[in-house]
Design a protein around this ligand. Structure first.
Ligand code: ANZ
Ligand code: ZN
Length: 823
């Protein structure tokens, strides 16, 4: 390839080279996934992006550029690299945009992903584009539907009537984890509850494994913590409190769940969730009306909002009592809205002295507070939630609380009044959506046969083509309006039947896409078993920390189901997870986002400074996982570095009589920079890798080239160029081919090797003589230049003393051994 060279200019002109190299790399298919059986495989993956109309900002580049650098680095290091890209394109943004613009979501999705692809190519992301797909392709969602059937067959998908979050803005049901503080995760509107028949996936059945297997993976501790809190495994005791009956007849019992049996003697009231099945019935006749009204009100407040600490503690007395299982005393029963219906038994024994929420409730409603655990060191006023010594606890008083609690539990278990229990906070994953732009759930409702799955051979069940896809707010999917589509025949009895009209939550699509990339065109199954065996699990998975629970939990769940079905041989999809830090705007200091109007686009930066400058600046801003601020002027410093690199490698040879370097030190410096950059690259520490290269460049600018042979000098230039190439692919290609004159791409060269021993500075002892007599011994780096040895010798106090004022006629230097000063 003949290229125009701008060696003569003092400044690097990115405009002259970028387009040509981009085309050249496409031509040589540089990013094709490696398939050399001799090489090790590595799979480097970005989170499945959800293309939006706004396109990419430089904030997104903090994800895509580092994974690109890592992929380029590993290709040079001799790995087969799988680094693919595709689109998570079902969902509301594309659909809402389509509604606003009167186009089909198919078109809006295609437009959005085309923009992403163009921008990713612009910033030279090294994806193997031959593997690209979109979750909205029938060839893809065919298998998403296949997964649904697999889950159904394994008893992990079920339909149930339940009260669910409804977002009035998005007009759809949301899963628990998609609601934050009573607001929709996507549009931030306040959600309400709605009773609907919904499809759920039984992720709760995998709760223990999802928790235990966190140990197997190299993920940020913070993310693991969020997941384990979300799963919320809790071991405790379920205790029966028998209801007091007026006539002394055999009565029902209330079951409560507690993690603190040691506090049993401090239980001064019981509290039921308003939704508790016994809540209404339990009330004494004169309390019934008030209790019913209270329950009605409480139901309309959401679960997570009700457990929020700042809430007022609403509750009502039921007029009834239960018998304390250890003391036999009467304990009043309340309905309280801080007790959640879906957790434990939905009923608690309240211990105001030792539980914060119970304490707050007791203060508001004037209920007794009995202290039963004393802190061993400092007496505490108010509520004490720690362990200690039991008091006011009958025969158990004086015991250490943990041991005392175990004894009380044993007695109750013995009498058949209690059982040890494990509870989880996690709920089944609600997967139904009443929106058009999703994968249809492949189920059929038959009046005779009930729910019947669509036969696998009929997949994909295509989303009907319609322009009438806007939701009407009646809680039903727009698909329900398309009679020709809804009406079908039952696969079992052949009679008339109706299709399920809900579509799947978009998170279904992203729960398995990482498997598809291993064999994206395979059509006999969701993936080719051998390809998945060869490439998965994903070695390094990179994306934002905001996906700690939803996507990352669902994908782990589906992977385990596949494993149980014998379809894959690993239990965790992502061996190592990295979260890039957030990019804040330099203008307002806030997270860069379209809605805040503070976005800088890669397009504008590339136009002004070039792709290499954008890439280096993104990498140089700070540690990969740190939150950093984009400053427009920062990038100018990067451009100056590129100019310096250009002048050093391409510019005319400077004959600077600068202080010389010993040949060995020169080589050691080269070894050191290879070592540092290699280690930094492995750890995603691109900012320090780049700093090391900047320092090396400064060093090379200083050493006099006269002492260094042309061969050694060229080797240093090559090393610098190779080490910089994954980060700045254009300028290094230009230097490699058009300055250093190699015929092949720099990106196809092996990564420079280093030798630990050679990279280490060894210290040697130099004998210093004056007129042949030993005057001192000094330490110097092996290979130090003659110049520096002379300075060291003349600096010695002993030498200066014996020299006095005498004139030096000659200095004889034997490198690494001796300096003899002749006077
Ligand atoms: C008595 C007690 C005394 C409690 C004490 C705590 C401290 P985790 O760890 O989250 O499982 N609880 C049980 N079911 C509840 C529900 N449906 N809604 C709200 N709170 C509920 O917490 C278990 C503890 O949370 C249980 O132990 C119970 O309060 C409360 F000094 O029982 B405890
Ligand atoms: Zn039927």
């Amino acid at each position: 390839m003949k290229k125009e060279n701008n060696k003569e200019t003092e400044r690097y002109n990115f405009r002259a080279v970028e387009e040509q190299w981009r085309a050249y790399w496409d031509e040589i298919d540089l990013y094709r996934t490696g398939d050399d059986p001799e090489k090790e495989n590595i799979y480097i993956l970005d989170f499945f992006p959800y293309p939006s109309g706004a396109g990419l900002s430089v904030g997104h580049c903090r994800n895509y550029i580092p994974t690109c650098v890592s992929s380029r680095f590993h290709r040079m290091r001799g790995f087969n690299v799988l680094h693919p890209m595709g689109w998570d394109a079902f969902g509301l943004p594309a659909e809402n945009y389509a509604i606003d613009h009167g186009i089909h979501p198919r078109e809006s999705s295609a437009e959005f992903s085309a923009t992403y692809r163009r921008q990713m190519k612009l910033i030279a992301c090294s994806y193997d584009w031959s593997r690209e797909f979109s979750s909205t392709d029938p060839d893809y969602y065919r298998w998403t539907q296949w997964f649904f059937l697999l889950l159904y067959k394994r008893g992990l998908a079920y339909r149930a009537l339940s009260s669910q979050w409804w977002c009035p803005e998005c007009q759809t049901i949301l899963a628990n984890e998609q609601v934050e503080n009573g607001r929709c995760w996507r549009c931030d509107s306040e959600v309400v509850t709605k009773e609907l028949e919904q499809w759920h996936l039984r992720i709760t059945q995998y709760a223990d494994r999802l928790l235990d297997d966190l140990e197997l993976i190299d993920w940020p501790e913070a993310i693991k913590k969020i997941q384990s809190n979300w799963i919320g495994r809790s071991e405790g005791l379920e205790v029966s409190f028998v209801l007091q009956s007026e006539d002394g007849a055999q009565a029902d019992a209330l079951r409560v769940f507690t993690t603190r049996p040691d506090t049993l003697y401090g239980a001064t009231f019981l509290a039921l969730a308003p939704e508790h099945p016994q809540a209404a019935a339990i009330a004494a006749p004169e309390y019934t009306n008030e209790i019913k009204a209270f329950i009605e009100r409480a139901r309309n407040t959401g679960e997570r909002a009700r457990s929020a600490e700042s809430r007022e503690m609403a509750g009502r007395f039921t007029g009834r009592y239960a018998v304390h299982p250890l003391t036999g005393e009467a304990v009043p029963i309340w309905i309280a809205d801080y007790v959640l219906p879906g957790y434990g038994t939905g009923a608690i024994m309240a211990v105001p002295a030792h539980d914060d929420r119970d304490y707050a409730f007791a203060m508001v409603h004037n209920l007794p507070i009995v202290e039963v655990v004393r802190s061993q060191d400092t007496p505490i006023d108010g509520c004490y939630t720690g362990q200690g010594i039991l008091a006011n606890s009958g025969p158990y008083s004086g015991l250490e609380s943990q041991a005392g609690g175990e004894q009380m539990a044993a007695v109750l278990v013995d009498r058949g009044l209690a059982d040890w229990k494990i509870n989880y906070k996690i709920r089944d994953w609600l997967i139904s959506r009443q929106r058009y732009w999703g994968a249809p759930i492949p189920m059929i409702h038959c009046a005779k046969c009930g729910i019947v799955p669509v036969p696998e051979s009929d997949l994909p069940l295509l989303l009907p083509d319609t322009m009438d896809f806007a939701p009407t707010g009646n809680g039903r999917s727009p698909l329900a309006r398309i009679d020709e589509w809804v009406n079908t025949t039952c696969p079992e009895c052949g009679g008339p039947a109706k299709r399920e009209t809900d579509t799947m939550d978009g998170f279904a699509c992203s729960s398995w896409y990482f498997l598809r990339f291993a064999s994206p065109h395979y059509d006999e199954g969701p993936f080719e078993p051998q390809a998945v065996h060869d490439w998965l699990p994903v070695d390094t998975y990179v994306g934002g920390a905001e996906h700690a629970v939803m996507h990352l939990l669902y994908a782990r769940f589906w992977t385990k189901v596949l494993y149980d079905a014998g379809l894959i041989d690993f239990v965790e999809p992502f061996s190592r997870l990295l979260n890039q830090g957030v990019l804040h705007s330099g203008v307002d200091g806030r997270r860069m986002s379209k809605s805040k109007g503070n976005v800088v686009t890669p397009d504008e930066v590339v136009a002004a400074h070039g792709t290499d400058a954008l890439r280096l600046y993104i990498l140089f801003l700070g540690p990969f996982d740190a939150d950093v601020v984009w400053e427009d002027r920062g990038i100018k410093g990067i451009s100056r570095f590129l100019d310096r690199f250009w002048r050093l490698t391409a510019g005319p040879k400077k004959e600077v009589p600068a202080p010389g370097a010993g040949v060995a030190a020169f080589e050691r410096r080269r070894q050191q920079v290879i070592k540092q950059v290699t280690e930094d690259m492995i750890r995603y520490r691109y900012n320090t890798a780049l700093a090391a290269l900047m320092e090396y460049l400064n060093y090379l600018n200083k050493v006099a080239k006269v002492e260094i042979s042309d061969g050694e000098w060229r080797r240093a230039m090559e090393t610098l160029t190779l080490l910089l190439s994954p980060m700045a692919p254009f300028i290094t290609e230009e230097v490699w081919q058009n300055v250093l004159g190699y015929p092949d791409s720099v990106h196809r060269q092996p990564w420079p090797e280093y030798d630990e021993a050679k990279a280490k500075a060894t210290v040697v002892t130099i004998v210093v003589q004056v007129n042949g007599r030993v005057r001192d011994r000094v330490q110097a780096e092996a290979g130090a230049s003659e110049e520096s040895l002379r300075e060291l010798a003349l600096d010695s106090t002993a030498v200066r003393h014996s020299l006095a004022e005498k004139r030096i006629s000659r200095i004889i230097i034997v490198p690494d051994r001796l300096v003899n000063i002749v006077i």
